[in-house]
Each structure stands twice: as C-alpha cells, then as structure tokens.
Design a protein around this ligand. Structure first.
Ligand code: SAH
Length: 239
C-alpha cells in the first residue's frame, strides 16, 4: 500500500508512524508512507497555503491552488509509475465525513492500493477542492479537532495493522473487538493471582473447547453491558 499524506504540519507525524507495528510494516515494505508539505505546492513568494474566508467570519481556509497542484502531481506520479493501477483514493479527514469503522478499515486495507490522505486545518479546505478531487470524507468521531493530522495517523494505523504480514504471531487482529460486531473477551497474563484477584479458572484449565465457550459467552455479555448499540446493529444486519 502507498499512502501519501498531505499536510501543513509534516513534523507532527514524526514518532507515531515510526514505532511498533507501523514501523515494522514500513521496514518490511508492506506500506510506503510519504509526507508532503502543502507549502511546497504554493506558487506565491510568501508560500501562502491559507487565507481568509469569503463572506466574512473568523478562521482561515486552506487555499484551493496548492491543494489542486499537490493532488494533480501525486496522481500524475502514480499514473507514471504504474499506468495500469487504478487512480489513488483521495480521502479528506473531516468531522463531516462518515465515521471510520472497523468493517470499512478492513475493506480499505484489502482493496486500496494507493491512498492520498489530505489533512485539513483551521476552518477546513476550500470546498472546490472537495468537489473536484476528494473521493471520500472520513471522520474519526463526532468531535472537532484542530487538524486532520491526528485523524490521518489514526486512519493509517487502523489500515496498516490489517495488511497481511503486519501483525506477528504475538499480535492478532481477528479476535479484536469490533471485528465481528462484538467486543473482545477479557484477557489476562501472569501471575495467575495478584493482590487476591484470581484469573478465571477456566483460562488455566487447558481445556480448549471450554475456553472458547467461555470467551464466546463473555463477548456477548460484555457487548450487551458496554455497547448494547453494537448488538442492535448486529441483529439488524443479520436479520
Ligand atoms: N470548520 C470545520 C472543522 C474544521 S476542524 C467544520 O465545521 O467542518 C480542522 C480540520 O481538522 C478539518 O478540516 C479536518 O481535516 C480535521 N478534523 C477535525 N475534526 C475531525 C474529525 N472528527 N475527524 C476527522 N478530521 C477532523
């Protein structure tokens, strides 16, 4: 997977994408993450990437020209590099987008070969860029952040860990919460007893079928208790 990230603040990405699973996936060549400083696509001498809003009001808007220039160039490079490949998917991080969910992350990880993620900032981006270039607006939840950089990191992390080979034996994705619309069962590690609190006996039994049955029951019970909305959605989808 190739991920081009377009941002006014490329330094914000130092760190989060250089550790743990994402770092290893990059080293293994499963994902190529490239950062693009939007200011480099400005063509005026002040390198102005944002400006005041038409119609008045507080807050700056990211200008259309550098966004279009950057977009066009990234798409042209992708085409030159692999003429047969489909056009990169252009995602804008936005609180107005559909909320990112695990099923969609799965689909994107399986299907998208090249992603361009545009990070808004301030008041957001000139609407003409959205109309002309953006395939999908994605939100990471119903709250407003100062910029699309954290959402872009969230999206990249959610996708990269699902790429085949990204998770080692020590990690696993398929029993994670939300993978099949339920939460994961509780997990424990050594010691078997700590401050008088014992690990559920069944987990120490070595009896595989009993453990599986216990986990299945726990998943249902805790989903009912913590996220009843998920159960309603699951039964709607399955019914
Ligand atoms: N005025 C805009 C919000 C701007 S917030 C509006 O009302 O729609 C600044 C930028 O942060 C946005 O352009 C977007 O890229 C990012 N952002 C903020 N909250 C977000 C969220 N919940 N999910 C994804 N991106 C978000």
């Amino acid at each position: 997977m190739i991920v081009d990230i377009v941002t006014l603040f490329p330094e914000m990405f130092d760190g989060p994408l250089d550790e743990s699973i994402v770092k290893r996936a990059r080293q293994q060549g499963l994902v190529d993450i490239r950062l693009h400083d939007l200011r480099e696509w400005t063509r005026d001498k002040h390198r102005k990437a944002d400006d005041e809003m038409f119609g008045g009001g507080a807050g700056l808007v990211m200008k259309a020209e550098p966004l279009f220039h950057c977009h066009d160039e990234l798409v042209a490079r992708a085409r030159a590099h692999s003429p047969q490949a489909s056009k990169p998917l252009v995602v804008l991080t936005s609180p107005q987008g559909a909320k990112l969910e695990q099923a969609q992350a799965r689909r994107m990880a399986a299907e998208v070969e090249h992603l361009i993620v545009v990070c808004g900032h301030y008041k957001g981006v000139d609407e003409r860029f959205i109309d002309a270039c953006v395939d999908r607006e994605l939100s990471i939840g119903d709250y407003v952040l100062s910029g699309g950089e954290l959402p872009a990191m969230v999206l990249v992390d959610a996708l990269v860990r699902l790429l085949p080979g990204a998770l080692g034996n020590a990690e696993s994705a398929d029993t994670d919460s939300l993978e099949d619309g339920l939460l994961e069962a509780p997990v424990y590690t050594r010691p078997a007893e700590f401050r008088g609190m014992a690990v559920p006996e069944v987990l120490l039994s070595g009896h595989h079928a009993r453990i599986e049955a216990w986990r299945a029951a726990q998943r249902l019970e805790r989903t009912r208790r913590k996220r009843p909305d998920l159960l309603e959605m699951k039964s709607r989808n399955e019914g």
